[in-house]
Design a protein around this ligand. Sequence first.
Ligand code: ZN
Length: 567
Amino acid sequence: MSDDNMKMPSFSEIKYVRPSVQEFRECAMSTRLKLMAARDPEVVEAAIMSFEREMSAFDTACTICMIRHDLDTADQFWTDEIDFFDENYPVVSELSAGVYAALLHSEIRPQLEERFGPMIFRKTQNQRDIVSSEVLEELGEESSLETEYSQILSEADILFEGKHQTISTMTPFLESTDREVRKKAHQAVSDYFMSNKEKFDEIYDKMVHIRTTIAKKLGFKDFVELGYKRMERYDYDPEKVKTFRDNIVKYIVPITSEIRRLQKKRLDVDRLYYYDLPCLFVHGNPTPNIPKEEYFHTGCQMFAKMFSKEPSFFQVLGEHDFMDLFSRQNKATGGYCASLLDYGIPYILMNANETSDDVATMVHESGHAYAALRSIDSSQFIECLSPTLEACEIHSTAMEYLSYPYMEMFFGEAADAYREQHMTLALLFLPYGCLVDEYQHEVYANPDMTPQERHATWRRLEKKYQPDIDYDNDPFYEPGGAWMKKEHIFTSPFYYIDYCLAQVCALQLWDLSRKNTKKAMTIYDHLCSAGGTKTLIDLVESSGLESPFSVDVMKKLAYQVCDYLNL
Ligand code: ZN
């Protein structure tokens, strides 16, 4: 996005044309041939750059299509276009893998590495390690099992107080300040999962076996090894992640016990049951004191102050229709930020509906958007514009903390309650994220466990990470069923720890911002503008933060957070 607003198109002006797979194929083939024959780095660069433009155009068309579809899910035109991309994106990925393979095997690779940097080579090699024609059938089976699980979950029909509800429309009842309501709501969700338990067990069992087969066929010891490759963990391994989880158990779990003790006192209950946990405050969670129509305007002012720049990036994006903030009929749920690579402009989609989540989500997605804008020139390769997923989540999570001093603008007198809730939820999340992670390590290291053994494993680990949870003998949760509610466990294996690693990096920025805002903002900007040119630890350390695996960092943060929350 240029500073000169005149040149920037608005989202509605951007034309969509379905890209030609045939033209893409021809470009990929000719690039591949050029790369194989070239002895001159400049020739290679020219060839690969023109291929990058094709890739960028294809990706941009796909992103436009996804956004337009999500803005109006009832429009059949976009549904058909989505089908086109679902069918053809794998073809395009395979063709581009062929091009990069030629780069990897180039006779002048050392000169090319010097010219392009090591990252594109590492990524290409990684990609080659995780896919091969021998496992295509199994990959197809894996993905249809994932779709099957998500489908069942999205069609969940929970009868609650005479009305049909989905998992997500149950949320307000699960958090209700009325204990009877939330108890019944939690029981209704538990009943739903209990009645689908066998089906979910069967799907997961098949997933574990198919993933293990894929891993073995590709030459890995087990799916843990392949899972790490898939998540592009270039500079840390399961051993390091174990140390991270141990640090959380030692330094964060005791804090969460204290949070729960105080919550029990606040709610004035004899025992804090599992259905009490989402209700942190007696009077409910803080909500914005401005109408949602003012979110954008207030956001513009906040980001202008935060970055000492007017108009802020947020304002420029909004004025050009690169965001759609409110929930409505026929709009996809959830929230995300997606980049239109050809234009170098990110798009923010979310579903605000006047809850405290609105502001956190808007700020979170804006963090992704800011990083996308800052990193647009960080690499010649579109694959290296964004870092690996944990690092992307630092951009967004850190923005949530950096916005703390401005929360009065959204919450007025409830700003303190908002910050307390936000920080509390962040702390409670850390052990939960580690629990999900250790569970998956156990499952994939022992793929022949029976479903019952998996449930018992979950319950055992739950006691380690969430020692205060009291299921009141619920027939689904007590024997260890809670993991079935976590979609990531089924559809994105080993992803979950990323949020925890990002959180620990973002908390370092929070801590620093209280003492030296300017320095924190400089580090944040550095992190964002580096894009995907570095691996996680390299990126974090070269920006001026410490590795999230450091025990000293964990100790220090635990102390600062206790102080902040008056624990
Ligand atoms: Zn995010």
